[in-house]
Design a protein around this ligand. Structure first.
Ligand SMILES: Nc1nc2c(ncn2[C@@H]2O[C@H](COP(=O)(O)OP(=O)(O)O)[C@@H](O)[C@H]2O)c(=O)[nH]1
Ligand SMILES: [Mg+2]
Length: 474
């Protein structure tokens, strides 16, 4: 069971990634944190204080002991409640960063009475003790997972409470309207005055308008968090692997003149004008000659299906082939960039205009944005303009600072959509002069849904869903 209802026990976990490194940190939180540290840590020096006697925010050198033997030398940091991340007593033991030292230090504290923490349980305690709201807690995970500085900036804004403030304001607004209505429900003989009704409607409209504004940041918020998926496709030898290497700025994929060198899909994230873009170098969609290739092609198909952007690479020194055209047709419904590679060589490629005009799709299908660019993966020419186009197609318009402040995630989007639907129903009911009870009911749904975002109205299930996505030790 998650620790939400049992803040009275003491949890422990390794807070650093598993593996060999310079240092590892084992974190403890709970009423017994200091007592447990006393039982397994021997401070060096005669005058040294035990953790339970140490002042808050102090650091102590000594040895972690287990079954009478020293496990490792360590630095112990003591942070007393409420001045800690969880607002409980927290002890952080920094030891050598091997898998075994970290594991044995953890064993030692578990043997002395701590319980192994669940994923995200430290942050969950910070939330339950009012140190962070739910949107801020999620920002901690975003911060850890951020892959570009822009994503980091957005996570920091959310952690600082910018989104939470706006959500709380919105909730206040709707609550206010609700309070007004409820006053009228309590005195049904006094019918709601027409100008009051107008005023409430106007306020409700403003609230809905604000929800719309927030909802518009959802796509970009997703993009910053998980990155845009861009599949690099094209016939063998067109220069797909060379393009991946150019976009990453390093040699990641094997480049060779032998067709079919790339048999598996390779995924790498690059920072493109501040956006994390996951590039997928594919094995090509040609007919397979052996089993490995069959699997490679299956993965390519999957990569293409999941991609939000296609980079279709052509060899500009060769005429268009039947294979090129087949690919063109296959990915026609997708947002794509046609990349004419090898422009350092004499040009022999002619791309029919049906494929190069910007919004053409196959008959019946929705037209999709596309662009055509010339590059040379040999000289690097055209790579920077290509990055500009990728950014433009992924993120229309400028990346504005105030947008970063409120970049909502999928959970917020879902809650806001429910809030918006309820607010619209309330507005229509008010317009149609339906009973105020009905209006109030929908407004209450809206208030609760908005409250979910910051965790004001949060069920155990919701908390489990949010915190289970964290790593252990966070
Ligand atoms: N001249 C020239 N050769 C290139 C260029 N890009 C790639 N090549 C060569 O084309 C061949 C195939 O490249 P590769 O990236 O492995 O193609 P893939 O099969 O599509 O992944 C290699 O010999 C590359 O050196 C380019 O811009 N100019
Ligand atoms: Mg390749």
């Amino acid at each position: 069971m998650q620790g939400s209802t049992m803040l009275d026990d003491t949890i422990a976990a390794i807070a650093t990634p598993l593996g060999e490194g310079g240092l590892a940190v084992i974190r403890l939180s709970g009423p017994q944190a200091l007592a447990i540290a006393d039982r397994c840590f021997v401070p060096a020096g005669k005058a040294a204080a035990k953790p339970s006697l140490a002042g808050t925010h102090t650091l102590h050198y000594g040895h972690v002991m287990r079954q009478g033997r020293p496990v490792d030398e360590a630095l112990v940091a003591v942070m007393r409640a409420p001045r800690s991340f969880t607002r409980q007593d927290v002890v952080e033991i920094t030891c050598h960063g091997g898998i075994l030292p970290a594991k044995l230090v953890l064993e030692a504290v578990l043997e002395k009475g701590a319980r192994l923490a669940e994923p995200g349980e430290f942050t969950r305690r910070a939330f339950l003790n009012g140190r962070l709201d739910l949107a801020q807690a999620e920002a901690v995970a975003d911060l850890i997972g951020s892959r570009t500085e822009l994503a980091l900036q957005a996570a920091n804004e959310q952690l600082g409470g910018k989104l939470s403030k706006r959500i709380n304001d919105l909730r206040e607004q709707v609550l206010n309207i609700l309070a007004h209505l409820e006053a009228h429900i309590d005195f049904p003989e006094e019918d709601i005055a027409p100008d009051t009704r107008e005023e409430l409607l106007a306020r409700l409209e403003r609230g809905i308008g604000f929800m719309d504004e927030l909802l518009r940041t959802a796509d970009e918020g997703q993009l910053l968090r998980r990155g845009l998926r861009a599949a690099i496709i094209g016939r063998p030898n067109a220069g797909k692997s060379s393009l991946l290497n150019q976009l990453l700025g390093r040699d990641r994929a094997i480049v060779s003149a032998i067709p079919g060198t790339t048999r598996d899909t390779i995924e790498e994230t690059a920072n493109v004008r501040g956006l994390p873009v996951v590039f997928i170098d594919t094995a090509g969609l040609r007919e397979a000659k052996d089993e490995i290739e069959v699997e490679g092609i299956r993965r390519t198909r999957q990569a293409v299906e999941r991609a939000e952007l296609i980079l279709h690479v052509f060899d500009a020194s060769e005429p268009l082939t039947e294979t090129d055209e087949r690919y063109l047709r296959q990915v026609a419904p997708k947002k794509r960039i046609l990349v004419r590679n090898k422009i350092d060589l004499p040009a022999r490629l002619h791309l029919p205009s049906v494929w190069t005009s910007t919004t053409v799709g196959p008959a019946g299908a929705a037209p999709r944005l596309s662009a055509v660019l010339d590059v040379s993966c040999l000289t690097g020419r055209g790579i920077e303009p290509l990055k500009d186009v990728i950014k433009e197609l992924a993120w229309s318009g400028e990346i504005k600072a105030e947008m970063l402040e409120v970049m909502i995630n999928a959970r917020h989007q879902d809650a806001l959509n429910r809030a918006r639907a309820a607010a619209l129903r309330a507005r229509d009911a008010l317009l149609e002069g339906l009973t105020l009870e009905l209006v109030a009911m929908d407004l209450r749904i809206a208030v609760n849904a908005v409250g979910e975002i910051v965790g004001k109205t949060a069920t155990e299930d919701l908390l489990d869903a949010v915190f289970s996505q964290f790593c252990i030790g966070k």
